[in-house]
Design a binder for this molecule. Structure first.
Ligand code: FAD
Ligand code: SF4
Length: 480
């Protein structure tokens, strides 16, 4: 069937239909429609079936992309789903929110001259179809194991680890301080990128697979880490990073200047039907306001696009570097611009002005100077280039650091790195505490969902090795 492939010369790249910006601005629904089956097959057939597939090499999960593209082109969707789900616990989530332009698609060899294969959209199509067809089934382990594993954090790292451990027959309990499952997938990332039902059906699948959840359980407060260690044979810390980075500038304490995640969580909770007093009062609602977002990463992109949908009067994104040097996905910037967001590149805030509340961000223009030791050009202020940007809601999207876990969990022996992330032995993924492993953002620092899934899967393997080695040693000791 090889003749079905290599169609990149005759078939142009086409994404699924994108809703017009004017319509998108009015709701929080996802912006792309799903591929029709024939269109997915046609786009998958553009793949040139590279001998050395750079898409796969640059995917953190090393997804077998060329093979599932070929199966999709041949109409063998169920096999495509099996292959795609063999390396990824949530292909339909990664298909929606991975920055493919920096990972698989950005490294697709036909990108030069013909535009890449639309890998993410095909990936999403395959697994959405699998859900529709009933091919995604609860886990039924071949054998049950007596050992139990506790996982702290029900974000993508914890959920991926839970699924992998349950497949091996372990008794798994996930603990989370939130009232819902999903971590940043549920309260950080907005609906227009990832509809909540997509995350919730994964939760239901795990529940049907007999994974237990204890929500509203803040480890360190509701229950101690020591108690959890005594309750389980192994623990996985997958708590993410939540301490918002701040800015030190005059006026930063004025009302109307808020951390980005507080704002996004309020919006997501409102969309989920929760009572959110700070949203209703307007404190965390952009309706009718001049909004300024500080930062250039994924969080900043989510803030500007949420503000547009809430009916902001104007939305500006201030970033101290230029478009080419921003950390966020270029695709997201394009969506945001279409939706009416203004990007003010090479501009940094210096002070916040206002009497009762913020009214302006005093900013200075930036010139990118010589590269520093990391190779990035150093931002330098241009003298006398100040401008006051009107703002009655300022969202600080400046990144996240880890919380102080040894302190909050009353575990002084839990070793951390200089950045405050959990220190692990990279081969065993174990922290400084015996039987306590760690994965996801709390180890890497703020990263990506696909890396959290990869780490969760790797940690599940290491926990399995630890528990089987320990069981073998116990059996040997009993026999002696
Ligand atoms: C606004 C925003 C947008 C993003 N957009 C994208 C994107 O488009 N694409 C992408 O790939 N990545 C994106 N990311 C990054 C991505 O969401 C994270 O890298 C990923 O969620 C990390 O997964 P995790 O499981 O390590 O942590 P998290 O998803 O943060 O989950 C950690 C969980 O641990 C729980 N927890 C923490 N402390 C405790 C405790 N003491 N007791 C009990 N539970 C606890 C938390 O409540 C949470 O549920 C975005 C991040 C943000 C903030
Ligand atoms: S790099 Fe592009 S063309 Fe090559 S196998 Fe991957 S998707 Fe196909």
């Amino acid at each position: 069937m090889a003749e079905r492939m290599l169609k990149f010369v005759s078939t142009p790249q086409a994404m699924p239909e994108k809703r017009p910006a004017a319509e998108r601005r009015r709701d929080f629904d996802e912006i792309y429609a799903r591929f029709a089956r024939e269109r997915a097959a046609e786009q998958a057939a553009r793949c040139s079936q590279c001998g050395v597939p750079f898409c796969q090499i640059h995917c953190p999960l090393h997804n077998n992309i060329p093979d599932w593209l070929k199966l999709t082109a041949e109409g063998r969707l169920e096999e495509a789903y099996e292959l795609s789900s063999a390396t990824n616990n949530f292909p339909e989530i990664c298909g929606r929110i991975c920055p493919q332009d920096r990972l698989c698609e950005g490294n697709c060899v036909i990108e030069k001259g013909f535009e890449s294969v639309t890998i993410g959209s095909v990936e999403k199509f395959i697994t959405d179809s699998a859900w529709d067809q009933g091919w995604v089934k609860p886990i039924q382990p071949r054998r049950e194991r007596a050992e139990s594993v506790g996982i702290v954090g029900a974000g993508p790292a914890g959920l991926a680890a839970a699924e992998q451990l349950r497949r091996k027959g372990y008794q798994v309990t996930l603990y989370d301080r939130y009232d819902r499952v999903g971590g940043l997938l549920i309260y950080g990332i907005p609906n227009f990128k990832l509809e909540k039902e997509i995350v919730q059906r994964r939760e239901q699948l795990l529940r049907a697979s007999e994974v237990a959840f204890e929500l509203n359980c803040d480890v360190g407060r509701t229950i101690s880490l020591a108690e959890l260690r005594a309750r389980h044979d192994a623990l996985l810390m997958a708590t993410g990073v939540y301490k918002a980075r701040d800015i030190t500038a005059p006026g930063v304490g004025l009302p109307g200047i808020v951390p980005a995640l507080d704002y996004l969580t309020a919006s997501n909770r409102n969309g989920l039907g929760d009572m959110v007093p700070d949203f209703d009062s307007g404190a965390l609602n952009a309706k009718g306001k001049n909004v300024v977002v500080l930062g250039g990463g994924d969080t900043a992109m989510d803030c500007v696009r949420t503000a547009v949908r809430q009916g902001a009067r104007s939305v500006k994104c201030l970033y101290r570097r230029d478009r080419a040097n921003m950390p966020g996905s270029q695709r997201e910037v394009k969506h945001a611009e279409e939706e009416g967001v203004e990007f003010v590149w090479l501009t940094a805030p210096q002070a916040f002005l206002g009497k009762q509340a913020v009214s302006h961000v005093r900013s200075v223009r930036i010139h990118l100077g010589m590269p520093d030791a990391t190779g990035r050009q150093t931002p330098q202020e241009i003298p006398n280039s100040h401008v006051n940007v009107e703002a009655d809601l300022v969202l600080k999207a400046l990144g996240f650091d880890p919380e102080d876990l040894p302190n909050s969990m009353d575990a002084p022996d839990l070793a951390v790195t200089g950045w405050g992330t959990l220190k692990i032995d990279w081969r065993s993924m174990m922290t400084s505490l015996d039987g306590v492993f760690a994965a996801g953002d709390i180890v890497r620092g703020a990263s990506l969902v696909v890396w959290a899934v990869r780490d969760g899967r790797d940690a599940a393997e290491r926990i399995h090795s630890y528990l089987t080695t320990r069981a073998a040693a116990t059996a040997r000791a009993a026999a002696d």
